[in-house]
Every structure is written in C-alpha cells, then in structure tokens.
Design a protein around this ligand. Structure first.
Ligand code: SAH
Length: 393
C-alpha cells in the first residue's frame, strides 16, 4: 500500500518522537501526494525518514496519529489495536463484571486511536467518531470489536458522522451489527436505561462512575441537589445510599424524563426523588440553605482556548451560587469537563467563587476521570475531567 507523505519542517519531528499524537498544520513543509480530509498519510521528518501514520484532518490539527510503528492497511492492524484496549479493560475488571456492564473500551488518544470513542453498554457497543478518517474506518472497527468480543457483543451502533468542528456529512446513526435490544445496563449495581441513539455523547456520562460512587459515601440521610443531572447518574447513587431527598435539576425536559425513569428503575419515586426544570444558577440563587449536598456537573463551558476566560466566569458564577446557599457544613461535588481548563485554573476558579461567597471552604477530595478513560503521559490534553469535593463551613 502506497500512502501519501507529509514532510515536516526541520525540528518539528521532536513531539512525534515523544509519541505526541497530533501534527499541527504549521509543522508541515510539504506533501508528497494528495492528502485530503480523512486520508491515511505517513508523516516523515525533514529528511524523509518515516515517523508515524495517521488520519489527515482539516483545521489546525493536520494529522491524528494512530501508529508510530508503521501500518500495513490490514484489518488485523485494527484488531490488534482494539485488543490492546480490551486487555486494559480486562485488567481493570470490566470485561466480566456482573455489577458494572457500562465502561469505555476506546478513549481516543488515550488508547492510541485519536478521533475514536467506543463505549460498552452490556451487550451493545456504541461507536462515536470525531474525525473523518475514523468515521470512514467504522465498519472495520466494528468488525474488529465483533471478532474480539464474540458472543459477548450482539449489537454495534455507530452514532454517525460527528466530525470535529461540527462539519460532518450529517450521516445518521446506524447499527453495524445486530439491532437495538436490551438498553438497561449496570454501573456499580445501579440500573440505567441508556439512550445511545438519541442521548448526548454515546448516551451516558461514563466518566463520572467513580465520582458518583464517592457521592454515595456522603449521601446517607442527606438532602441532595443534583444540578446538570442529565439522566440522573449522581441522583441514583445518592438515593441508593439512603439520601432523605434528592432533587434532580436540568434545563432539559428530555433529560429529566430519563432521570425519572432511572430513579424508578432503582426503586425510587417522588417524594424522595423529584425533578426540577430550571436554569441551575437561577435556581440556586433563591435557595435558603435547603440542601446538605450539591452536585455541580455542567457541560463543557469552553471547547476552545478562546472561550477560556468566559468559561472561568461561568464556573465562578455557578460555584459561588452553590457555596453561598448550601447549609453550614454542606458538601459540594463540583466538576469541569472543559479540556482547556486545567486542574489549577479550575481550583483557582473555585477559590475565586469561595472568596466571592465569603465562606470558609476546605478541599476534601480531588477527582478526575476513571481508568477506562486513560491519558497518554505524552498527551496531557487528554486529561479533561477534574473535580473537587469541598466542605463549606
Ligand atoms: N451530571 C450528568 C452529566 C451532565 S451533562 C451525569 O452524571 O450524567 C450536562 C447537563 O447540563 C445536560 O443534561 C444539559 O441539559 C444540562 N444543562 C446545560 N445548561 C444548563 C443550565 N443552565 N441549567 C441547568 N442544566 C443545564
């Protein structure tokens, strides 16, 4: 197989030699052969020496690298890559676990496959691609998953073309294997009905699994407000742990309907669980020390560096509202999933919010994404979820 080559400017090979998976357009000197969005290309140093193979992209990231050791174009290549990811999930105890059947099999760059997400919900695998190249590879990826899992996976759903920057072709989601069947899956014994066809991301926020479990440790007998609740993940854990009252709040009615379904699936209904359709900040502003615990898990406020300042203001606003209104001795689980807001900036934002609220705040836990969302040490950009558990005096 003969691939087009992208020749880098002198010195620009350093980051690739350190296994960083992105080539920025400014690093490229010239192309030998055609290199269109989605094409597989070889990246070479300025002397023409092979460095890596990846998918060509439009935009500032010109190549997303999926191999530093060559690529023979065979289906076996993808089977090997996905087998590596499977081995890690097996080591982590996910592949044969009667309590947790929801986990991430492929986490993009963290599994050496930029642009590819694969989540497992019981016997269904859900593929989400974020680059034209991975999108074009979807059937070969589905075949590899089917080969590795055998009978354990009976359906593979592809979410369709959701390319970076929203410039997809608008391709609808489709089943690449089997069809829709069981949609209820387990996380630490909690039951969740997952809508991978219509929901956000692949239908569920798997990355909060361990943080939800930690909430359970705090929730017995407590009044809990779960803001930005989406399908009620945190709410279910709090209810199961014996919270006296849980309010799930979201601005989306569709999300709240799913939160009600999931609470019911685990045996909880009004009055112990109720939903509130509101803007999180507006709702919190009018509270009067009603809750012992508040969860703040907003959507990514900043998707790009340019939006970082505005995002910080957003985090300060919601955290300030919660810190002001929570009961004395109350606990706040606060998160950011914006990649461009790093751990330190997030913590500084929480400090600013605490200063504005004028209350004493202590950090009890520092939280992050779980092990099935691994981060390559050479690609710190992959570390996106951060959280703090704080106590407000
Ligand atoms: N905590 C959730 C995931 C949160 S996703 C989980 O564990 O699954 C973010 C959610 O925030 C979405 O459901 C979205 O509808 C909601 N949202 C966005 N803006 C909001 C706002 N201003 N007020 C309340 N909810 C909002």
């Amino acid at each position: 197989m003969s691939l087009s080559k992208l020749i880098l400017k002198p010195g620009k090979e350093q980051s690739i030699k350190r296994f960083h998976p992105w080539v920025f357009s400014g690093a490229i000197q010239r192309a030998e052969g055609a290199a269109h969005d989605g094409d597989i290309v070889e990246v070479c140093d300025s002397k023409g020496q092979y460095l890596a193979t990846g998918h060509c992209s439009e935009g500032s990231i010109a190549v997303r690298i999926f191999s530093f050791d060559g690529f023979d174009g065979s289906a076996d290549f993808w089977v090997e890559k996905i087998s590596n990811a499977y081995r890690l999930r097996k080591l982590l105890g996910f592949t044969d676990n009667s309590n947790t059947t929801i986990y991430r099999l492929i986490h993009g760059e963290g599994d050496g496959l930029p642009g590819l997400i694969v989540d497992i919900y019981g016997s269904t695998a859900v593929i989400q691609t974020h680059s034209a190249g991975m999108f074009e590879q979807r059937q070969i990826i589905a075949d590899a998953i089917a080969k590795i899992y055998g009978d354990m996976i009976s359906a593979i759903y592809d979410r369709g073309d959701e390319k970076v920057g929203g410039k997809g072709t608008g391709t609808q989601g489709e089943y690449l294997l089997g069809s829709k069947h069981e949609t209820i899956a387990l996380e630490h014994g909690c039951r969740f009905d997952v809508d991978w066809e219509g929901g956000q991301k692949t239908g569920f926020f798997i990355d909060q699994r361990e943080n939800r479990k930690l909430l359970g440790d705090f929730a017995k007998g407590k009044k809990v407000l779960n803001t930005f609740c989406y399908t009620g993940g945190f709410s279910v854990y709090a209810l199961k742990a014996g919270a006296s009252l849980v309010h799930s709040l979201d601005s989306s009615q569709k999300a709240l309907d799913l939160a009600v379904i999931n609470a019911k699936l685990n045996g909880f209904e009004a009055p112990v669980h109720d939903v509130i359709k509101a803007d999180a900040v507006e709702y919190m502003k009018q509270l009067k020390e009603d809750y012992d615990i508040i969860v703040l898990d907003p959507p990514a406020f900043a998707k790009h560096l340019s939006a970082r300042h505005k995002a910080v203001q957003g985090y300060i606003r919601i955290n300030e509202a919660a810190i002001k209104q929570i009961k004395p001795g109350g606990i706040i689980f606060t998160f950011s999933c914006s990649q461009v807001i790093d751990k330190k900036l997030f913590r500084d934002s929480i400090m600013a919010a605490s200063i504005n609220a004028g209350r004493k705040v202590r950090v009890l836990h520092q939280l992050h994404q779980p092990a099935d969302h691994p981060v390559s040490i050479y690609h710190p950009e992959g570390e996106y979820l951060k959280g703090l558990v704080i106590e407000v005096e």
